[in-house]
Design a protein around this ligand. Structure first.
Ligand code: MCN
Ligand code: CUM
Length: 806
């Protein structure tokens, strides 16, 4: 090495590649108000759309009179189902194989349902006109309870499905039944449960909630009648899929549709689905010939767009007397609302809920999920869920606690005893998954040690004594969780959405001066892709991350991909990025060898250059190679330096984590205080530790909200009781706990850089940790199970019912 060459550790650091806590490149524009969100898009002559929505949860529409609205100056049109019917757009397909009304067709099925679409010169006139549309409703009996939905005499919600005994996912046994999905071995499981030493049984409810992103959903549709091109800027988590579906529904050729997801102010799964607003804005633009904007307000977002969870999970878990788990059974009643608009891969109507055996080596298991219709908003898969993994993790982590009580065993020890061992990976679960890698015991022991678990338990014993002696009114809860995630959908052989295989892609172009642009099929909504994908590439091709632009979200320029949700970007598009980078490097190697006048095999890669083997002072940097690629005639090689990779992962990745929450509970007020929250995550190779930490903080805070107060609640008439931020709990800096993050690194054996996803892990893991802490505080006083959210009132009530108020 000559004197001028810095050592390769220094050169590697300068790249800001894998493992670097590189600052987010997006933040310069976000923190200076220079972001470009859908509502920032303003076009000449643009019109505005607004919805007339149903005040009733279930009602027949006897008439719609829009005369007064149309007479209001500035109103251009009022669309109803009758206007969309000739175009066959009054109903639309959902991502779950069902259909959904775009505008109410004959009746309404949930409060807030879209009834008519007013188009006006500005949003104020549109809002005024909405008030002038006269709709006559005839109220119908309302079903909000998913168990009541299946009663023989329950009202028929979906008249369009009358007499249909087959749904998208098999037979329907009742007019409000959607599907039954079964996994595992029922007979073998029943046999084990029937003869076990100990069986614990519990109903675990994960309530209905909502991701509530800062930016609500919306779009600007612009039909250019001169060149026949439709452009839609929208809050889309999967722009290419939207383009294909829009083409199939509208008949407009796919190359004439351009979908752009600009900056997105939080997605959290809320922006995966297709909403009536998109269809109505597109139709309105086609009809009027000018751009039409639709952006919903906060109440509309909370009441009508994709909710999360609403899973009633009835579980039975069996064990030997010394605590070895022998079997698990779970029956879920899944409340999908009025239309099945879940966004799961086609073959998985309950998502990846069959990861509900969690981190444990459970020999036999059986799962059945029944989806039912109710008079509530549609949706289901949203909010950092990895396709229902949040529900699954909550279920198993509650069942473990319940079993520990039944066994009279320490819950940490029970977990430890049943973890899948390191040497069992790849591990085949009883419900059909192949876990790629894990080292649960190491993570668990590290977590227990970090919080001084034994010390906490001693403190708890003392606390209980003090409480009983009247010396304190505060209880101490220790909430344990060990979760296993499944992310990176997914292998095309078993994962598709509406027939579109779930691969992803990256296209790289190196510029002559040695900088680059990489375009991906995913789309960041705050996850920092522009920062982290450049880091993957920096390490692969030796160009500094700062010299690499990452672009996503425009279907005219980005390669086809399935978008960002299910924490799939790193496992799938991240892999595509590494693979495309390796193609670049392979060509660069040939160029370097030519320039150095040696054989291809006689050069070796060294951080940012190829050097002659055994003669490191003879090298060509990537910068030099890039220049040569464009400016030298190299025999046998095309000019230029570009590569594309479409990556179909061989398996999902299985991140995991150990979370511990220490909580103080005031028995008299029901108030809580999070004394400590420790989160250990293992997402394999870590690309950017700072961004990972940010993801953990954000996801854990959302988990905190869900566990401790947030819910979409309905009254018996189907009225949404929590449709504003006055009632829907959104934690501020004041409530948000302090987090301690930690990690272990167990690379994925099949991912090119060993990385697993992490975006949803903190929500999957934190909810059971918070909830278990509440339960644990009351364990000594006889509590086994109470439902979330654990707001002050419910905690107070628990204390009251346990007789703790004297
Ligand atoms: N990362 C990393 N090292 C890893 C894994 C991930 O540095 N081993 C980085 C990634 O490079 C990326 C981020 O962490 O910058 C998240 O990556 P990943 O886990 O692949 O998840 P996605 O990018 O696919 O994001 C989706 C996920 C989901 S499904 C929801 S819901 C959610 C979440 O991300 N929505 C979010 N986090 C969010 N964060 C913000 N700010 N906004 C949202 O809407
Ligand atoms: Cu399930 S919420 Mo995310 O997958 O966009």
């Amino acid at each position: 090495m000559n004197e001028m060459t810095p050592p390769n550790t220094e050169r590697a650091a300068a790249l800001k590649g894998l493992g670097s806590s590189r600052k987010r490149v997006e933040d310069a524009r976000f923190t200076q108000g220079k972001g470009n969100y859908v509502d920032d898009i303003k076009m000449p002559g643009m019109l505005f759309g607004d919805f007339v929505r149903s005040p009733y949860a279930h009602a027949r529409i006897t008439s719609i009179n829009a005369d007064k609205a149309k007479a209001l100056p500035g109103v251009i049109a009022v669309l109803t189902a009758a206007d969309l019917a000739p175009l066959n757009l009054h109903w639309m397909p959902t991502l779950a194989g069902d259909v959904q009304m775009v505008l109410a067709d004959g009746k309404v099925l949930f409060q807030g349902q879209e009834v008519a679409f007013v188009v006006a010169e500005n949003r104020y006139i549109a809002a005024d006109a909405v008030e002038l549309v006269e709709v006559d409703y005839e109220e119908l009996p309302v079903v909000v309870d998913p168990f009541a939905a299946e009663a023989p005499d329950a009202p028929v919600l979906r008249e369009d499905l009358a007499g249909k005994t087959e749904g998208a996912h098999g037979p329907r046994r009742h007019h409000n039944h959607i599907f039954t999905w079964e996994q595992g071995d029922r007979d073998a499981t029943e046999k084990v449960l029937g003869s076990a030493d100990v069986v614990a049984e519990e109903m675990v409810y994960y309530h209905r909630t909502h991701p509530c992103p800062l930016e609500t959903c919306g779009c600007v549709a612009s039909m250019d009648k001169v060149n026949g091109k439709l452009t839609v800027w929208g809050t889309f988590q999967a722009p290419h899929a939207v383009r294909t579906v829009a083409s199939l529904i509208s008949g407009i050729a796919e190359h004439n549709i351009r979908i752009v997801s600009p900056d997105i102010g939080g997605g959290f799964g809320n922006k995966v689905g297709v909403y009536p607003g998109y269809i109505c804005a597109i139709v309105a633009s086609i009809v009027t010939g000018v751009p039409v904007k639709w952006v919903e307000d906060r109440m509309e977002n909370l009441m009508a767009t994709a909710f999360a969870r609403d899973y009633w999970m009835k579980g039975r878990i069996s064990a030997t007397r010394d605590g070895k788990i022998t079997g698990l059974s779970c029956h879920v009643t899944a409340d999908h609302g009025a239309f099945d608009a879940c966004a799961d891969p086609t073959k998985f109507p309950a998502g990846f809920f069959n990861i509900c055996t969690g981190s444990y080596d459970i020999p036999v298991a059986h799962l059945a999920v029944d989806g039912v219709y109710t008079n509530k908003a549609p949706g289901g898969v949203a909010y950092r869920c990895s396709f229902r993994v949040t529900e699954a993790a909550y279920f198993i982590e509650r069942m473990i606690e319940v079993l520990a009580i039944k066994l009279g065993m320490d819950a940490a020890e029970l977990r430890r005893k049943n973890f899948i061992r390191k040497d069992q990976f790849p591990y085949h679960s009883a419900l059909g998954w192949e876990y790629d890698s894990g080292d649960y015991h190491t993570a668990w022991d590290k977590a227990l040690k970090a919080v001084d678990y034994d010390g906490l338990r001693r403190e708890q014993v003392q606390r209980i004594e003090n409480f009983k002696a009247g010396k304190t009114r505060k209880l101490l809860g220790i909430g344990l969780t060990h979760f296993t995630e499944i992310v990176g959908a997914g292998p095309v052989k078993n994962c598709d959405i509406l027939g579109l295989g779930m691969f992803d892609s990256c296209e790289i172009r190196i510029h002559p001066t040695g900088s680059a642009i990489a375009r991906l099929g995913t789309i960041s909504q705050g996850q920092g892709h522009a920062t982290t994908f450049a880091q993957i590439l920096a390490s692969e091709i030796g160009i500094p991350a700062d010299d690499i632009t990452v672009e996503e979200g425009d279907t005219d320029t980005a390669p086809y991909g399935l978008g960002t949700y299910g924490s799939r970007s790193t496992p799938v598009a991240g892999a595509a990025t590494a693979m495309a980078g390796r193609k670049i490097r392979a060509k660069a190697q040939m160029i370097a060898a030519y320039l150095l006048e040696v054989h291809d095999d006689d050069v070796e890669w060294d951080v940012d250059r190829f050097a002659v083997k055994g003669a490191p002072e003879r090298f060509k940097t990537m910068k030099e190679i890039a220049f040569a690629a464009y400016n030298q005639a190299i025999p046998g090689l095309e000019p230029g330096l570009e590569a594309v990779s479409y990556y179909d992962p061989p398996n999902m990745t299985y991140p995991f984590g150990a979370y511990i929450c220490v909580m103080e509970i005031d028995v008299d007020t029901g108030e809580h205080e999070i004394r400590q929250f420790y989160a250990l995550d293992d997402c394999g190779t870590r690309i950017n530790p700072m961004i990972i930490e940010g993801q953990i903080h954000g996801g854990a805070t959302e988990g905190y909200a869900i566990a401790m107060g947030q819910e979409i609640a309905y009254d018996d008439m189907g009225n949404v009781k929590t449709g504003t931020l006055m009632d829907f709990f959104l934690p501020t800096a004041w409530e948000t706990p302090h987090y301690t993050t930690d990690f272990t690194v167990t690379p994925s054996p099949h991912h090119p850089i060993g990385a697993k996803g992490v975006g949803e892990s903190p929500n999957v893991g934190s909810v059971p940790a918070f909830s278990n802490a509440v339960h644990d505080a009351f364990r000594a006083f006889g509590l086994t199970q109470t439902h979330m959210p654990h707001d002050h009132w419910r905690i107070w009530k628990t204390a009251y019912e346990l007789g703790l108020h004297g």
